[in-house]
Design a protein around this ligand. Structure first.
Ligand code: PMV
Length: 334
């Protein structure tokens, strides 16, 4: 029996994963590029008992460490992920999992990328699997949350649209030290999203704009890779804003349509344009939700956070920045 504890951060996509060629195997329709964060993390302790065949145990703690209720969907997601890890490595044994996010559950931030990345890292160590970064990326991907495959690495990360394991794993484009960027998150909604990203991926090809975006993506991916290499935030920012708008354009025009934005989302987008007119380099992106992530140089993080806190409808502002990926912890979650 072995216990391992690891944490993994969330990430924010500059080029979004939205639509899959194989949703069950989590093969994305397009490559995506993200920045791994530093502060918003999931911490997970996993114990593996070889040969024990009774059901896995799963427990959730709130951000202050107190036991909290596990939703059925959350439990099923973790059970499915553990079953897939067992199947992929032909393991026989029982996992016990305790997991906790350090960001408030009521902040409305998706925790699947950090949660499943932390689970992949801690579970593979508890089960004594010899895994490299490539296999860790696959282990995180088969959770069902494709973005988790990018959170096992630090810095600026690309997850290609590979059709098989030989190519479809995440790679570092540049380490965190390459470019000190921040992600200032304006929370405008605290409830979980009404339509899961899984349903969003499923519906995406029904939008008349899906194919157009796919055709534009090779050029956009090149621009983002070059902007990262050259540390050119004007180039990166213009593409990342376009990408966020198009993800939502596709969501809103899918069948059935999905509306993630709230009125305050538009208020924040207007505030970000205002900040640019005032000379700051602030650029907005959104995942499948109403909250707005504002990417800026870390030197401007405090000013951007102060300005976003004044925007009507903003409930809370979180400050995060590029980070180094998963970490080991010596203390197990009690
Ligand atoms: O990893 P999933 O299946 O939850 O999908 C992620 C979808 C977005 O967050 C909207 C985009 C992305 O690439 O992170």
């Amino acid at each position: 029996m072995k216990t391992a504890t690891a944490s993994a951060p969330s990430n924010i996509a500059f080029i979004k994963y939205w639509g899959a060629i194989d949703l069950d195997q989590v093969r994305p329709a397009n490559a995506s590029i993200s920045m791994t964060l530093s502060e918003c993390r999931s911490l997970t302790t996993v114990t593996f008992e070889p040969e024990v065949t009774s059901a896995d145990e799963i427990a959730l703690r709130d951000e202050s460490g107190r036991p909290t209720t596990l939703s059925d969907a959350f439990r099923r997601g973790i059970e499915r992920h553990l079953a897939r890890i067992r199947e992929r490595h032909q393991l026989v044994g029982r996992f016990s999992v305790i997991t906790q996010n350090n960001f408030p559950a009521q902040a409305g931030l998706a925790s699947s990328a950090s949660g499943f990345a932390a689970l992949a890292v801690a579970a593979s160590s508890a089960a004594n699997l010899e895994v490299d970064d490539i296999e860790l990326s696959h282990l995180a991907r088969i959770s069902g949350s494709g973005s988790a495959s990018r959170s096992v690495l630090g810095g600026f990360v690309e997850w290609p649209a590979g059709e098989d394991d030989a190519s479809g794993y995440a790679k570092v484009l540049a380490p965190a030290e390459h470019w000190p960027l921040s992600d200032v998150i304006a929370i405008v909604e605290t409830a979980g999203k009404e339509v899961s990203s899984r349903d969003g991926h499923r519906r995406a090809p029904s939008s008349p704009h899906f194919a157009t975006r796919q055709a534009l993506l090779p050029d956009r991916l090149d621009r983002v890779r070059a902007a990262i290499q050259e540390r050119n935030l004007d180039d990166l920012g213009s593409v990342l804003e376009l990408e966020a708008i198009e993800l939502h354009l596709i969501a809103m025009s899918s069948q059935p349509a999905i509306f993630y934005w709230k009125p305050a989302t538009l208020e924040v987008l207007a505030a970000v344009r205002r900040l640019r007119r005032e000379g700051l380099s602030a650029w907005a992106t959104m995942d499948a939700g109403a909250n707005v992530h504002v990417i800026c140089p870390s030197a401007q993080e405090a000013k951007v956070a102060e300005a976003l806190a004044q925007v009507p409808g903003v409930l809370q502002v979180l400050r995060d920045r590029v980070g180094n990926g998963p970490q080991w912890h010596t203390d197990a979650l009690p």
